[in-house]
Design a protein around this ligand. Structure first.
Ligand SMILES: [Cu+2]
Length: 501
């Protein structure tokens, strides 16, 4: 399922299970979608209560930091907390400057930036800057451990253009558990070129960060991370959807156009996102920034780690809901269309909507990837070691923190080829760069994947080729990571290390 190659007839709502009229019933319809999920993992899952209450979508604070000379400085505190996902029910969580997840960091291209990251939790952690080109010592991978009570202060120039990036724990063998508990947040990079486009950029009004996740919460409020061997093999999936940590989220729309910065912050679930009335939207950005042109779509797929920015037109003043969808199983044929996997976020337009600028037909200048510039090809074959649970391998090996798997020259263009022989899809992330997808199984990428990317879904039996380059920073001692962003796979060893020299 993707925006471009399986989009149904745009004149007909692709999602037939609930009519628009049912949607207008509000909570009643949400209740139905809750019970439609066949995902209950435990008899005492709080998933039964989805739809019984609605809450305004949490909008994380937008942090702009403070200036120390020419350096923008942010203070980030990793801490334990309690979060009320369901009314009256307290859940133990972790967050950054709060009880669950973190603030949205407002960063500016070209600005030197420092983060003072202090950890108050009782175990080692790290904070990785996902999507950034940065010195290896500042990357926040498994080598940059923050011990309990310690402060880590990475500093680097923001080299990315306007984009939606993020940050999260990358602690060796503990990434899945720590991200599950809430150690993750989003970042917005601003630049001058994008300001001139007139895209919605009034934070919290028509420019909304949305971290999408799923979790398991028991009726006693317990959300602790308990991955069994099946979870480690398939990745840890929950039965409770949340947007910015809000279950049953509602956002009151006050403008004709709304920009949603969608992050798949789940441990393992791949989300195929759209609106339950089948309305189209415009995809304007991939992981690393604006696309060349908006892509009109009814669905957009993002795997763990990936982002997509979309603009949705609400000028019809009709309630709708952002959800993820799965193919409905109707006894062996696919004619059943789509079923809701997760109801994430209701959009409720107010009576009067502010006008919005039209979305420009051209957003950025992005040249086609020039394969002739590549001086080297590296091949990475994904496999499985024996019948072991979660024993996924890269070139037959699992992560060894004492082994540098690849040494890559700085400022040099290469082709990286991923060959998936593991019989399962893996969203693959490479630190310290934004790459381009050359092709997948010999075919060009979908238009919404044709821009800058730092994570790519490599489906079972797929071969994906990337044009990749690591600019500016070299360090013969400290490695960066490449790894599967199904966090259970990463923790189980589906990760490798490379230095840039
Ligand atoms: Cu994987």
């Amino acid at each position: 399922m993707s925006a471009s190659n399986t989009s149904p007839d745009p004149k007909k709502p692709f999602y037939s299970r609930f009519s628009r009229r049912q949607l207008l019933l509000g909570t009643a319809a949400i209740g139905i979608t809750g019970t439609a999920a066949s995902l209950f993992f435990s008899p005492d899952s709080m998933a039964k209560s989805i739809g019984q209450s609605e809450k305004p979508l949490a909008i994380p604070p937008l942090l702009t930091g403070r200036m120390e000379g020419a350096t923008r400085v942010f203070d980030l505190d990793i801490q334990d907390g309690q979060t009320e996902f369901f009314p009256g029910l307290q859940t133990k969580t972790r967050g950054i400057n709060g009880s669950f997840l973190g603030p949205v960091l407002s960063l500016n291209k070209g600005e030197n930036t420092r983060f003072n990251v202090t950890s108050a939790i009782n175990e080692n952690t790290t904070l990785h800057w996902h999507g950034f080109n940065l010195p290896a010592k500042s990357d926040g991978g498994p080598h940059q451990i923050i011990e309990p009570g310690a402060t880590w202060s990475p500093e680097f120039e923001i080299r990315e253009g306007a984009s939606t990036l993020w940050y999260h724990s990358h602690q060796m063998h503990k990434t899945a558990e720590q991200v599950w508990s809430g150690i993750a947040g989003m970042a917005i990079v601003n630049d001058e070129e994008s300001q001139a486009l007139g895209l919605p950029n009034n934070y919290g009004v028509d420019d909304i960060p949305i971290a999408l996740q799923d979790r398991r919460i028991r009726q006693n409020g317990d959300m602790s991370y308990n991955a069994n061997p099946h979870d480690i093999n398939m990745g840890m999936m929950g039965d409770i959807p949340m947007a910015n940590g809000t279950v049953g989220a509602v956002f009151d729309v006050t403008t004709n156009l709304v920009r949603l910065r969608l992050l798949n912050g789940a441990n393992a679930s791949i989300y195929t996102l759209g609106f339950i009335d089948g309305r189209t939207f415009k995809i304007i950005a991939s992981d690393g920034g604006l696309l060349e042109k908006p892509v009109e779509a009814q669905l957009v797929q993002i795997a763990p780690g990936e982002r997509a920015e979309i603009i949705v037109d609400m000028s019809d003043k009709t309630n709708t809901m952002l959800a993820s969808f799965t193919q409905r199983n109707t006894g062996g044929n696919n004619s059943g269309g789509l079923a809701i996997q997760f109801p994430f976020l209701q959009l409720h337009p107010t009576d009067e909507l502010q006008s919005s600028n039209p979305v420009p037909a051209t957003l950025a200048s992005i040249a086609a990837p020039d394969v002739s510039k590549a001086v080297n090809t590296r091949r990475f074959v994904f496999g499985v070691r024996g019948m072991m649970m979660g024993g996924f391998t890269i070139n037959g090996k699992q992560m060894d923190i004492n082994v540098i798997n690849e040494t890559v020259p700085v400022n040099t263009t290469e082709i990286w080829e991923f060959v998936n022989e593991s019989r399962m899809a893996h969203p693959f992330h490479i630190h310290n760069t934004q790459f381009r997808i050359i092709d997948r199984n010999g075919r060009p990428p979908r238009p919404e994947e044709a821009g800058l990317k730092d994570t790519v879904l490599v489906g079972a039996a797929d071969t994906v080729r990337l044009l990749i380059r690591f600019d500016e920073y070299s360090d013969a001692e400290r490695p960066y990571m490449y790894h599967c962003h199904i966090l259970e796979h990463e923790d189980a060893g589906m990760m490798g290390q490379f230095t840039v020299v």
